[in-house]
Design a protein around this ligand. Structure first.
Ligand code: F6R
Length: 357
């Protein structure tokens, strides 16, 4: 039920801090160690390469998940769009582990890959919000994202939950290899939950940003570098699907290789700046588009902000910024859709789960 909320999407955005805390609780023992099925631990340990297969928003979570697993656990990961994988099958390693990320657990594109790789005898793990779902039943193992039912067609809390669970999987793999980490990622997830709460309390400001930048525009670009690029893809998808504004996410350095031709007077460009090592270069990209008339809206992180930034997120660990940055992007999309009189919870042409290829 929506309760006092006008839309499921808004309710589900607001639930994200609770979801993250719930995940920490579900996957942590009282002594602080990770609680995880021994078979999953073993599968992670014995595989020489992980293949993440997903679609849409879950694919975007997979891109972040790759970085988390590679940086925290030191295991190589590839991420593939489910509907492309079978047609563009990469050369597989000797002992691959396939991870299917799916909110619904019913997406046909993923099932096609699952059936094929199971036939080849490879190990499979489904990360899903619906443990009884097809992908969950058919894979060897399941990790539950514990986000609670997601009703709005546009995925919000399932995305952040997927990234949180992948963080925990990465930590467990690092621990079982005896890797010493110089920070505690699970504690950092707690900080993420608090940061999310702070952001959910800033709706008025985000509504104003949506009004200022997106009320009448035909298109919008999201730019970011390094980890921020992945959240740009998700920000653009969210905006497209519920407000019907043509939106694209780009790596900051790619714009000048063609897309900058689309920048006109007043084109909104939402730039994300949460990564210290690329802070100056993304700001350089902002100058390039501003010089061509764009209307830049910079979303940065505490400690890295500059005068004139439109919105600043609280400081969180650099590996986990996507979980936090996406909240203002979700809310900006929500308010943009609202101002444009769009059906927020049930956008045109879309279904909650896509069970045909
Ligand atoms: C976007 C959205 C879709 C889904 C995609 C995969 O907001 O909801 O892009 O993420 O259809 O769905 P699942 O995760 O159920 O496999």
């Amino acid at each position: 039920e929506k309760g006092t909320y006008p839309h499921f999407m808004l309710k589900e955005i607001d639930e994200q801090p609770f979801v993250i805390r719930n995940i920490i609780q579900k996957y942590q023992n009282d002594d602080g160690t990770v609680r995880l099925d021994e078979n999953i631990r073993e599968a992670m340990k014995s595989s020489d390469r992980i293949y993440i297969i997903a679609a849409g928003t879950s694919y975007h979570a997979g891109l972040v998940g790759k970085q988390l697993i590679e940086k925290i656990a030191g295991r190589p990961v590839e991420v593939h769009i489910a509907s492309e994988f079978l047609y563009n099958m990469p050369l597989l390693s000797e002992n691959p582990l396939f991870i299917f990320i799916s909110q619904s657990g019913e997406t046909a594109d993923l099932r096609g890959v699952l059936v094929e790789v199971k036939e080849k005898g490879y190990k499979t793990l489904t990360v899903t919000n619906v443990p009884g779902s097809t992908l969950s039943r058919e894979a060897d193992f399941t990790l539950h994202t514990h986000a609670g039912p997601e009703i709005a067609v546009a995925s919000t809390k399932a995305y952040t939950a997927q990234m949180a669970v992948l963080t925990i999987l990465a930590v467990d793999t690092a621990n079982s290899k005896g890797t010493k980490l110089d920070f505690d990622p699970i504690q950092e997830l707690g900080i993420v939950a608090s940061a999310m709460e702070t952001l959910c309390d800033q709706k008025e400001k985000l509504e104003q940003i949506a009004r200022d930048y997106l009320s009448t525009t035909r298109n919008c670009f999201f730019i970011g570098r390094a980890a921020d690029y992945f959240v740009c893809l998700e920000g653009a998808l969210k905006l497209k699907e519920i407000s019907y504004i043509q939106a694209e996410g780009f790596a900051g350095g790619e714009l000048k290789h063609g897309t900058i031709a689309l920048i006109e007077d007043g084109t909104p460009v939402i730039a994300i700046a949460t990564q210290e090592h690329v802070n100056l270069s993304i700001r350089g990209n902002v100058k390039e588009v501003a010089a061509r008339g764009a209307n830049p809206c910079i979303v940065s992180m505490e400690g890295l902000e500059h005068d004139g930034d439109a919105f600043v997120i609280p400081k969180v660990h650099e590996y986990l910024t996507s979980l936090v940055t996406v909240i203002p992007l979700q809310l900006i999309s929500y308010y943009a859709a609202l101002h444009r009189d769009c059906d927020v919870d049930k956008p045109r042409n879309l279904a909650k789960s896509v069970t045909v290829e």
